[in-house]
Design a protein around this ligand. Structure first.
Ligand SMILES: *Cc1c(COP(=O)(O)O)cnc(C)c1O
Length: 459
């Protein structure tokens, strides 16, 4: 079956059509996401307290539950113009291969040097830090995408950038580290002896290869213990989802140009930022009763925070120095099984996405990594793009949905968030291709260990 191609392969926007506002879905949410809590007093964090960790303007955005539109400053829009709009691609070749009546579109965020959507928020965060007159920012990175994006953003605004990189990735992904250094960042393997918390972890667990939660604690400590520095985070927070709303805004404008109404939007969920950003505009319409689009989040079966987690206040980091967030969580002590190679390994989920899920506005699927890589390769072979393992979670579910359409004859419009390229994930691809990838689904008893460490919060 070859379809008549009335819609172009790629739908681009002109510079004039590019979004001038971020869309703040909290303004339309009937139940607002719960506030962050001070880890010591367990009271909601005030703007003043948050300002000790984060930039002032970003604190305002974090706490803003009312303004639906927030203007994107001209300086940020200028940077976006260099690599956006990202293309919305009609997956004609995949449709033909699957022989499905479904119409599949993907929004591809992997076309910039950092290789993922993370640059959308990195540039905004760097801009506000610069505007506040700061000297630099600190952050953590796991696989390296966020650190790379932030390095690029900081070099553009001439800010110092210090990245704590999970030690195992630092050693296994030397090129990620060197891309960050190329953009001027200082990269430290975590845990390190440069922070109090790092030294404590090294003492208690000598030889540890680190974790994201531990790297977060080090980055926060390093920012709050010096003047002129603030900490920035690449996912989970309200402000990050706000910046990522540019993905959904562009997608909506592109679809509208051809009068296309999506029936289903599918994205992958780690901390929830790309997914939250992709769906925000469409979720607003759904909440206001203007559409009944199905919205599907996909997570790894080995790190199932939405499908099997608890909706509770939890620590965002292992060192327990960050504010507490109410979210679907597996507990901050949860660590996915060592054979897990597909990314999306954070223990919690963004408070916005968590609340939307709790309100029944989002469906969740969890998938095992070998089927994810199978889908990734099927996609790469027909569509050309080598997808990031994270993105491939969404591809896997989109292919399943397209096959259902083949049975029912439905001509659904399916939109996938394709968050990045897989070029830096070739170890994981190699494992799959060599037949060495296994799946692991944690037992209820194993999850119980993580839940047992949840803090007691009575609100
Ligand atoms: C970081 C990352 C993700 C997951 O993070 P979210 O905050 O859940 O979006 C997904 N895809 C890619 C390519 C990433 O780099």
């Amino acid at each position: 079956m070859t379809k008549k191609q009335e819609i172009p392969y790629k739908i681009y926007l002109t510079e004039e059509e590019m979004p001038k506002y971020y869309y703040n879905v909290r303004a339309d949410m009937k139940t607002k996401p719960a506030p962050l809590l001070n880890p010591e007093t367990l009271e909601p964090m005030t703007a003043e307290e948050l300002s000790q960790v984060f930039c002032e303007e970003l604190v305002k955005q974090e706490l803003n539950d009312t303004d639906r539109e927030i203007e994107i400053p001209e300086e940020i829009r200028n940077f976006y113009r260099m690599y956006r709009p990202s293309p919305l691609v009609r997956a004609y070749c995949l449709e033909e291969k699957l022989d499905t009546p479904a119409n599949i579109y993907y929004k591809y965020e992997g076309g910039n040097t950092s290789g993922s959507h993370k640059l959308n928020s990195a540039i905004a965060q760097a801009y506000y830090a610069k505007k506040q007159g700061l000297e630099g920012v600190t952050t953590e990175t796991g696989a390296g995408q966020w650190g790379t994006a932030l390095s690029m953003a900081c070099s553009y605004f001439d800010l110092k950038c210090e990245v704590y990189m999970v030690k195992v990735s630092y050693e296994q992904k030397p090129f990620r580290r060197d891309v960050m250094r190329t953009y001027g960042a200082k990269v430290t393997p975590s845990p390190s002896d440069t922070t109090r918390i790092g030294r404590k972890i090294l003492e208690e667990h000598p030889g540890t290869t680190g974790s994201l939660g531990c790297a977060i604690s080090e980055a926060v400590e390093s920012a709050v213990s010096r003047d002129g520095y603030r900490y920035v985070l690449g996912s989970v927070l309200n402000q990050v989802l706000l910046h990522q709303s540019i993905i959904g805004e562009e997608t909506k404008t592109a679809l509208d140009k051809y009068g296309i109404k999506p029936d289903m939007i599918i994205g992958c969920c780690g901390g929830g930022s790309n997914f939250g950003g992709l769906i925000s505009t469409f979720m607003g319409e759904k909440i206001r009763g203007e559409s009944d689009v199905e919205i599907v989040g996909v997570e790894p079966a080995s790190c199932p925070s939405l499908s099997r987690g608890k909706y509770a206040y939890d620590f965002c980091d292992t060192g327990r120095v960050c504010p507490l967030a109410k979210m679907y969580t597996l507990g901050s002590g949860f660590i996915p099984s060592p054979n897990h190679a597909g990314g999306l390994r954070y223990h919690g989920m963004s408070p916005i996405v968590s609340q939307l899920y709790d309100d029944g506005l989002i469906q969740v699927r969890s998938v095992e990594q070998s089927e994810v890589f199978k889908a990734a390769i099927e996609f790469a072979r027909v569509e050309g793009i080598l997808p990031a393992p994270e993105s491939s979670h969404a591809i896997k579910v989109a292919i399943d949905e397209a096959m259902k359409c083949k049975e029912t004859g439905e001509e659904k419009n399916i939109v996938i968030g394709l968050t990045g390229t897989g070029y830096f994930d070739m170890f994981a691809y190699q494992k799959y291709l060599d037949g060495e990838m296994s799946d692991y689904v944690p037992t209820d008893e194993e999850l119980q260990t993580g839940f047992a460490g949840l803090p007691q919060v009575n609100l």
